[in-house]
Design a protein around this ligand. Sequence first.
Ligand SMILES: [Fe+2]
Length: 391
Amino acid sequence: MQSVWNSPNPILFGRGSAKAVGDKLREFGCKKVLVVYDEGVASIADTVIGYIESADIGVVRFAEVQADPPDWLVEKAGALGASKKVDGVVGVGGGSSLDAAKAAKLLITNPPPIKQYYGREGVVMKPSVPLIVMPTTAGTGSEATPGGVITDTERGIKTNIAGIGCAVTLGIVDPELTVGMPASITAITGMDALSHCLESYTSARKNDLSAVVGREGIRLVAKYLVRAVEDGSDMEAREGMMFASVLGGMAMSGALCHLSHDIGRSLGAKFQVPHGIGCAVCMPQVLETVAELRTDELRYIAECFGAELPADADAKAVGQAVYKAVQTLIKRIKLPTMRDMGLTLDDILSKVPDEVVMQCEMAAKAGFVTSPVPVTKVLITNILTKAYNEN
Ligand SMILES: [Fe+2]
C-alpha cells in the first residue's frame, strides 16, 4: 500500500539547546531577526533574545501573539518584519507563537494578504528568510510540522498554511524552556501531544512511519504526562513530554489527525475552547467509536496506560479498556470538561456536529479523509452527548 510521509524538520533537541540560538542564526547568515512571541512567555523570550544579542544579532520584537493567531495579526507581524528589513525570524512560545512566526516569515518575502496562501495544493510562494522555532510547551509539535494554523476571520474557521515560504529552518527544542509551565497548561498541551500521536496512529491515512513514531509518543505520554503535571520540576518527565510532542508533530504530518481534532477545532471555533482541551474532551468516546476497526492499535494504547487485557479480548473489551484508561488520565490531570467550561449540551449540539460534518466533507473533497469511520451528524452528536454526560 502506498502512503504519504513528510520528512521532519531539522531539530536540535536537548536540555540547554536554547543557548545555541545565536550561533545557529549566525550560521544561517542572519544579522537582524524578528522575534515572535506572546506576553505570557515574555521572560523566556527575554532570555532567548539575550542569547541572540550576545551573538551580535539585532532583534525586532513582536510580542502580540494571540491564541489561534488571526489573519490580521500575522499580517501585522509580517509587515513589521518586512519594514525593519529583518533577515531571519525566531518564534518562541506555544503553537500559536510558532504558527504566527511561520506566517510572518512567509509574509516577509510574499505580499499580503495571508489568505492567498491558505491550503496545501497549488499555492505559489517564494522561499523566505531562515526561521528558528523554539517551543515552550510540550504539545503542539509545530516545530516538526511543515505548516501552521491560522484563523481566517472572514470565514470564522481555522485554516492552514504550508510550503517553502513558511518552512522551519531549525527547531530548537529545549525541555528546560517548559519547566515554568503551570500544571494546567502542561496538562492541556500534553493532551494535544497525545491526540496527535494516537490519532495519527489510528487515522484512515495511518502509515508505517506514523505507526512507529506515534506508538513511541503514546508510550512517552503514558509514562510522563502525569509526572510532568504533578511535579513541573521533574526534568526527566519534561524531557519525555517534549520528545513526545516532537514525535506527535512528525507522526501527524503525513497521517493527519481525525475525530478528536475535528471536534476540538469546532469547539474552538464556536466556543473558544482551548485547542488541547477541545481535542481531549471527547477522546475516550472517539477511541471507543473506532475500536472495531482499530482493535490492535487500541489494545496497544490501553496497555501503555496500564490496562491488562486477556489475549483473546474482543474489540468491545479493548474499546472499553482504552475508554477507561483515557478517561482516568483526563481526571487525574484535572483537565476541564465541557461542563466545567460553562457549555450546555444544547448549545454544543446546535453548532458542533454540523460544523464537524461540513469540515470533514470539505477535507474529503480535497482528498483528505482521516476518520476510520464515516463522519455523520448522528455519530458526532452521539460522541458529544456521551462525552458531556460521562467524562
Ligand atoms: Fe493539535
